[in-house]
Design a protein. Sequence first.
Length: 492
Amino acid sequence: MNLIKYKKEWFHNIKGDLLSSIVVAIALIPEAIGFSIVAGVDPMVGLYASFCIATIIAFTGSTPGMISAATGAMALLVVSLVKDYGVEYLFLATLFTGIIQIIAGFFKFGNLMKFIPRPVMIGFVNALAILIFDSQISHFKGASLNMYLMVGAGLLIIYLFPKFSKKIPAPLVAIIAITIFSIYTHASVRTVGSMGSLPTTLPKFSIPKVPFNLKTLKVILPYSVSLCIVGLLESLLTSSLVNDLTDTTTNKNIECIGQGLSNIVTGFLGGMAGCAMLGQSLININSGGRGRLSSLSAGVFLMFLILVLKSFVLQIPIAALVSVMIVVSIGTFDWHSLKNLYKMPKSDAFVMIVTVVTVVFTHNLAIGVFIGVILSGLFFASKISKLHIISFYSEKEDKKVYTVTGQIFFASTIDFIEAFDFKEKISEIDIDFTHARLWDDSAVGAIDKILMKFNQNNIKVNIIGLNKNCSTLFDKLSTYTTRNTLTQTNNN
């Protein structure tokens, strides 16, 4: 069974994986250079990272078809580290990022994905689509007419070429066609070469040249923890999206470990920490990539382009790559979510919008997702905290019965307590929990408070209808010392 799965993940789509990886590799070059500039390091740091992570994750990851490399989100986190301590500290921070990610995988960090609601997922995807598009706008500043014409031509090719043939990825056709046109017409446009120099050798193994002591650990640990959290969040969210698009399932905890292993190796080979890239993953999938081979060959092609076809790569117009990324941003955005915005529950719509706005303005995925999850939790708690309590009085028995329906926990205890009249003239009451559930210490504390207040007025209280779990919780946590003389628990 494992052999069948192995063959499927590696060799069931060889042509599609190889062709798509060329597009991914070409698109990785300017992005890796750009992220290196953001981080304040030499372009080769980002390029080496993209090569190492893309190739290693093909073996260690759990999501075939997903592309991991150096990313802008990770680059932003290390700006101050590089500025204050130098690039060697960055390499060590990358190593520790990988170690922490592996530990997170063993402790089932990936299982936390189930707590990220759909509105947050949609907000994440839409925010990244906006950020991808926004990152392309800077290329138009001060650009000539040729830039606009080439981008327009690239968009036409990408959208129209599939109508004639789907054997070759349209983005690859667009990049090659526009590059050849630019070379032969000597068009005055920015090229990959204008972004920075490319490395001339393969990365070499080296141990970060920093003092290994407690002081160094105190410097890099906060950065490594931040890189770990952001990297895993972006990787796991991208993994979920790739699973949806390719109708596959992956082990999110294995993905955490795989990302960690790739970052450890990258740190030893002179690269910066990286994670999954939504944009590149979508380029890969839309170009026909589905298996692990697409990620491996993307990394290999990246170094092949840099070392062997360097002269051609340096002449690729930025306009060609911009057209590809614009198409990716348009395809990434969940337009259906806009159409259904007014149909969604107001709380879900609000969470989605807040997630988008937060990620776009902070450029920090972790903050946006964290706020989205917190808001979703608060709205959910508010919804399920509503209790329905009815009462009726029996003159014959001089008894009042309160029937409680709903969930009793920290968010509903105030309403629960306020539903009782502690000053009424009566000898005995029943509180029926048959249709209610106790969830936490706050719920037990609320019952204790009710028992105490009724006892002060010499009113006997019978607690009935608690199921086995609720009864056990009550017996463990109740601090009302005389409850045994006041309550009778009926275990259903």
